[in-house]
Design a protein around this ligand. Structure first.
Ligand code: ZN
Length: 349
């Protein structure tokens, strides 16, 4: 049990380190950022490991995820220089901090659009939420309250969380994290959507369309929007589909809902056949075939784990033995043993 807690916090901190490099203009290594044209008036913009997409119209710009504050500041200047147009809409893929932060940079000109369920994630849990109530990925942070006063303060956190991330948890800015603040997650830099929808919403600007469609309840989150730019044949998908990269580590197996996740992937693969391009929140520009490759990865992983279970292998044995050679060149292939763990739980919990 103890060991598992340790491994969770370890992977969390690694994730934060990646975020920090990507997010912060204070970071010593300058983040890599680039804007690429996809088709028609649609572009993708990249910040290290994270991508977003935007469409330029004569009446302004419709942007997908703002990613983070430093990136958004950079992007705002780039858009001004290249197009001399303001961002009129920000359409969120989902609430997660590493995609949805930074929107405030565009608040002077933009409206913010997200699925209705996004508001539930952004709402602060009740004040009565204690550190002991924090379960899941942030439980290791709640466990840092070494003086037992019911709050995790900056000194107790030490080097475990970078300053930028601490402030993202610290919604009321009092330098102490309550159970409610930790349970909510590092969402302080996420500007709440002012326009929400339930099934689908079409945004029209400059006679062009952006459409957000709810992906449904599934493993990754319940507020996921698939964003399409139908006039230019581009689809933008985040996190439930990634390209040339294994699914993230243990695949949030505690959330279950693997069949719903696979259904969302299959559904999106089918719909993407009507689009020339699919750009994902992580990975290179792709298309319907790239979604198929991810789907086939899952099928191979599921069948490898199912056979190992049928052969009576222990979890430890299958984590050590399973290889999926077709995908050895994907990034995150070193997460395969964690993917095996996640799939084992999906199939047996
Ligand atoms: Zn996410």
């Amino acid at each position: 049990m103890k060991k598992r807690g340790y491994s969770v916090i370890f992977s969390f901190v690694i994730g934060l380190a990646v975020f920090c490099t990507a997010a912060s203009s204070f970071a010593q290594n300058e983040p890599q950022r680039v804007i690429e044209h996809i088709a028609g008036d649609v572009y993708r913009a990249n910040n290290n490991n994270h991508n977003t997409a935007f469409m330029v119209t004569p009446d302004g710009i419709i942007l997908g995820d703002p990613i983070n504050t430093a990136f958004s500041e950079w992007l705002k200047e780039e858009l001004q220089t290249r197009f001399d147009l303001p961002v009129r809409y920000v359409i969120y893929s989902h609430n997660h901090w590493d995609h949805a932060s930074g929107g405030a940079v565009f608040a002077d000109t933009a409206k913010f659009v997200g699925h209705r369920n996004m508001l539930d994630y952004l709402a602060m849990p009740a004040d009565s939420t204690t550190l002991a109530d924090v379960i899941g990925q942030y439980a290791p942070i709640a466990a840092l309250d070494s003086n037992g006063d019911g709050y995790v303060d900056r000194n107790e956190v030490g080097e475990n969380i970078p300053e930028l991330q601490f402030t993202a948890f610290d919604a009321n800015n009092d330098r102490m994290l309550s159970g409610a603040e930790i349970a909510r997650g590092p969402l302080a830099f996420v500007q709440a959507p002012t326009i929400t929808y339930t099934d689908q919403i079409e945004i029209r600007l400059g006679e062009k369309r952006a459409v957000a469609t709810w992906v449904g309840e599934m493993n990754h989150t319940f507020d996921m929007s698939r964003i399409t730019f139908p006039d230019d044949q581009v689809m933008f998908v985040v996190d439930y589909i990634t390209f040339d990269r294994l699914p993230f580590r243990e695949m949030d197996f505690e959330n279950g809902m693997y069949p719903e996740w696979m259904a969302a992937i299959r559904d999106t693969e089918e719909l993407s056949k009507n689009y020339d391009y699919v750009t994902a929140g992580h990975g290179p520009l792709g298309n319907s075939a790239a979604i198929a490759e991810l789907r086939i990865y899952f099928e191979q992983l599921e069948s490898a784990v199912a056979s190992a279970i049928a052969d009576g292998q222990s979890l430890q044995q299958m984590r050590a033995s399973i290889e999926i050679p077709d995908y050895a060149d994907w990034s995150g292939y070193n997460w395969l043993d964690e993917n095996v763990l996640g799939m084992y739980h999906f199939l047996t919990d």
